[in-house]
Design a protein around this ligand. Sequence first.
Ligand SMILES: [Zn+2]
Length: 421
Amino acid sequence: MKTLSHRLIVAAIVIAALSFISSGASAQAPTEIFSSPKVRRALDFLKSTEAETINDQVKACEIPAPTFQEQKRAEHFKRRFTELGLKNVRLDAAGNAIGERPGAGSGPTLVIVAHLDTVFPAETDVKVKRQGSILAGPGIGDNCRGLGVILGIARALNDAKIETQGKIIFVANVAEEGLGDLRGTRHLLTDELKGKITHFISVDGAGLDITNVAVGVVRYRATFRGPGGHSYGAFGLPSPIHALGRAIEKIARFQVPAQPKTTFNVGKIDGGTSVNSIAHTAWMEIDMRSESAAELAKLEAEFKRVTQQALDEENARWASPQKLTVEMKIVSQRPAGLQSPDSPMVKIAIAADAALGVKTKLTSGSTDSNIPISLGVPAITIDGGGEGRGAHSLDESFDTTMSHVGTQRALLIALGIVGVR
Ligand SMILES: [Zn+2]
């Protein structure tokens, strides 16, 4: 315990100093933040009431919330935000639940989000089963954990009567998963809270990693179309399926760097009418990702080039005056970017890890932070603690052993950013 408290104080001073440097908005002396026993009290509170955080996690989880159908769960969070005394509680036009905790001064404005949506269809059984320290249920880690944690932060700030320098805006946001395409966060940054956010944290899933590299994603559907006809009678027509085959053969030869990690995958193909018909349509869906925006742009350009080339080759192969066309349509896009490990925000997170005896692990991923990072707003995504298994599967589970550390860490990082009066 002595080591922990010693580490805590050292890290506290570091956090305080960093907060002071990074925000530039707080007039307080750096050491003030953690010389206050209130922060210790809040940490103790979170440890002793972790069962409540878990309870909030479970309650959220038992309200179905597939992407684009988050409304019921959002309403639940609107109610919880109100119960916790947050101000200006509302649902915005995108469906995000928002509650604000004003600061004392003109400090930074931190938005702390946890996404509401799950990858599971509405009819999925979302009842959470408990067995000892293990909770089992679809979405229990990703992202009911994050949802429980942000409520925990609000509870702890209330209990310890902490007045922050800057403002904290709590958001349970929509449309993080899959084709939701980060629509909820996009709306926050470009509309609802446009120009008002100085820092952004997403609490997402189980574990204790910090995601500071925003993996960019672009997904296309490429559709080849032609006249189609009888395989024997109309022989000599170009074929969309053959053109698609040519394109995939070229894509399969792509060379991409291992660092920055860059990937591609044709994940879905379809088309044709019957074995004895020349197809009139064929399409593929391709997913391309990179830690580097430049590499992703290169890959995207290469995909377009070879798809066009495949079309030209198939058209040139036949003397027919009837030609194929191809349409390349973006079906999903998330910008790439980096929150530097040397940035004040990441340093605050690392200091919070040190304070709690957590070994820091910086990682990359495609999360809600992609949007603020791409817009130049400092952002990280942090795990919510505990240990998760089987995210995005029906067998998903969450081990609550020491999970309070995740809630404590989220609180420390938030306070490191907004400052304490
Ligand atoms: Zn998630």
